[in-house]
Ligand binder design. Structure first.
Ligand code: 13P
Ligand code: SF4
Length: 308
């Protein structure tokens, strides 16, 4: 049953031919009114293929930017333009450009959690859902820099055996999970498989039964015989899992300081801001066409390689 604010958004969305794309970390009330809820990869494909006049993106800035890059003729709205990402912040384009000058010929593989300017300096983009697959397709003679997430980069190195230099960025949410906090929860639920996002540190990933993107967590938990799972990622993911797989139990992996982890940027979006964005058709995400065209090349390469 929708509340009145949700109903108002749904009515206006229909009237304006808008589509609401929401990331798995959005609050429950936003997930409930979205046309599509998913991970960065799924959201990119949805943004690319939509016929809606307006894409109302409930996620963070780099995700809305990605939507604009892959589908520039749509109006892209982001309820709060300050919804950033610690990974995107950790890699200023000027620093990456300087790094490339010092390492001529380096092949830059960038995690989608980066700015459009960084994408424009990259050879190919990856998401947590396809990073391993994409890196396996980089020509063998290339020296690779993986930016900006050192943890995802290390995980891909472990999985593929491919040597890569890694930018030293991280997700401020996922590095809060510690070996100690996860060992503790595992002892409390010894039979529950442990599912972790690759942005977690190696000390946490090594305890996990499965390391995967938020979307793949759904398939893993659905297809596994277990009835209880420990989920080590941002807490919004638990709403999605509980909605899609109601007969199983999901336990939030604790950090050292609290019982679950929240991304302050993802949580900047509220139903009130979503309604206002639709009413005002603002804040709108705009981008210079030169930047968009440059950023589109590695992103399009990813979308193609991801289908291989
Ligand atoms: P996913 O693509 O796995 O949803 O990850 C996005 C993200 O921001 C994780 O912190
Ligand atoms: Fe960025 Fe981490 Fe928030 Fe994901 S959870 S948007 S990586 S800060």
């Amino acid at each position: 049953m929708m509340n009145s604010l949700q109903q108002e958004i749904l009515d206006l969305k229909k009237k304006k031919n808008a589509v609401i794309l929401a990331h798995n970390y959005q609050v429950k009330e936003i997930q409930e009114i979205a046309d599509f809820v998913g991970d960065s990869l799924g959201l990119s494909y949805q943004a690319q293929s939509t016929n809606a006049d307006i894409i109302l993106f409930c996620g963070v800035h780099f995700m809305a930017e990605t939507a604009k890059i892959v589908n520039p003729s749509r109006k892209v709205l982001l309820p709060d333009m300050d919804a950033g990402c610690s990974l995107a912040e950790s890699c200023p384009a000027a620093e990456l450009a300087a790094y490339k000058e010092r390492h001529p010929g380096i092949y830059v593989v960038s995690y989608i959690n980066c700015t459009a300017e960084v994408k424009a300096l990259s050879d190919v983009i990856v998401t947590s859902g396809n990073a391993e697959k994409i890196v396996r397709q980089v020509p063998a003679d290339k020296e690779i820099l993986f930016a900006p997430d050192q943890n995802l980069g290390e995980w891909v190195i472990q999985r593929t055996g491919r040597a890569m230099k890694t930018w030293q960025g991280n997700c401020y949410v996922h590095i809060e999970f510690t070996h100690e906090s996860i060992v503790r929860i595992r002892q409390e639920h010894p039979d529950a498989p442990l599912v972790a996002h690759p942005e977690c540190t190696r000390a946490v990933r090594m305890l996990a039964d499965e390391v995967c993107s938020t979307e793949k967590m759904i398939d893993y938990c659905r297809n596994h015989a277990a009835k209880q799972f420990i989920i080590i990622t941002e807490e919004g993911m638990l709403h999605r899992l509980r909605r899609e797989i109601p007969d199983k139990e999901f336990i939030a992996g604790p950090t050292q300081r609290c019982s679950c982890a929240e991304c302050k940027y993802m949580k900047m979006n509220t139903l009130e801001k979503v309604l206002s964005a639709l009413q005002e058709e603002s804040p709108e995400l705009t981008m210079k066409s030169e930047l968009r065209e440059k950023a589109h090349i590695p992103l399009q390469r990813m979308l193609e390689w991801s289908r291989n």
